[in-house]
Design a protein around this ligand. Sequence first.
Ligand code: PMP
Length: 454
Amino acid sequence: MTDRETLRARARELAAREAESFAASHPRARALAGETGRHFLGGVPLHWMLDWGTPFPLSIVSAEGCAITDADGHHYVDFCLGDGGALFGHSPPAIARAIAAQAGHGLTAMLPGPDVAAVGARLEAIFGLPFWQVTATASDANRAVIRWARALTGRPRVLVFDGCYHGQVDEAFVDHRDGRTVLKAGLVGQAPGAPGSIAVPFNDLGAAEAALAAGDVALVLTEPALTNTAMVLPQPGFLEGLIALAHRHGALICLDETHTIATAYGGHIARESLAPDFFVLGKPVAGGLPAAVYGFTAAVEAGMRGVLDAKAPGYSGIGTTLSGNLLAMAAMRACLTEVMTPEAYAQMTALAGTLADGIDAEIARRGLPWSMIRLGARVELVFTDTPPVNGAEARLALDHDLERAIHLFLLNRGVLLTPFHNMMLVSPATGAAEVDKLVATLAAAFDALLGAGD
Ligand code: PMP
């Protein structure tokens, strides 16, 4: 078997060859990047768009279903799906129709329209929580939940898990290292001082209880599975135990299902009948239009009303102007009624299972010490043979050299994976032929890394 260092060295060589080949076959994207560089930081509207590992970004002219076409006329099968914003495919027809129908009749008015009632009914029917608020992004929803939790409990701190990511949320920019809570590496413009959060290892109820016992935690914020540092699944009983612990110690708890919504219809909250105080969902909830929701219990809603009644006049610190706008609500209504359906999930998760099995077989055939982790329609290739149980183990499974080489190899052969993840999403528009293509191309990437045929 090839050792890790040899594989890494091969990966760097392979990535260099693939980057050259990308540059040669994307002259139009190169020219566009030259133009955009004059007006945008890094030539892109958001600097993350530089993280794909390509010498300059792809320029997308069309995205429909699971297919993307770039400015150079290349076609791709998309397993990134906007990192989940397009989990249900690009421009699902029902959502595109709803957006078109609303577009001529008002985009935003800072007032509700008739779609709001229908959206509320669908949200309760799917996720079980009776009360909701809408924000523009999942980051905003998490920030709102944190503020509400502080207001409701009178406590200052937030408990998160090592390896977590909840969007642009200061309180969640912490990890657990050597028994201490530390700021994540790489932050830009961080305000001085501690963010007042505690990070403990995932799947460790003892550590969570020790942190909660201090009595100053307002909110426990977690994904049901950690999906932003490789992938860490919850051990049986962990989530139920965590909810019980939070409540025993007077804290509120929020499940952020922005990514784990790929697990099953209704996410973990519905599939496992979990009873958190808050629930957050962004990204695909309006088909990829900027919109997110947070749900909460009747008890939380009663507390919120009390807070609003008692507060001094002035801005609450919660909310943004475009949240819950007319266009977003129309798109959300279409998504929740016509697109995010049990039938769509049945198809997505079955095909994702086929995909994971196919890749597992290619890994086994080559004796590679890697594995596939499954979470419904979301599957992840991790560079360890045993699934990580916490953030520290998940970090050991990351390998940016291998990842970049594999991603570029796939991209040059018409398959897109999410940068900085080895994650693959299967949408309702993805078919067996696309899955076969990914498995076969990934197998060829493994052979290129192993030097087969050298
Ligand atoms: N929560 C989780 C679990 C996420 O993975 C992300 C983004 N990857 C967010 C929240 C933030 O989403 P957004 O960037 O759309 O605000």
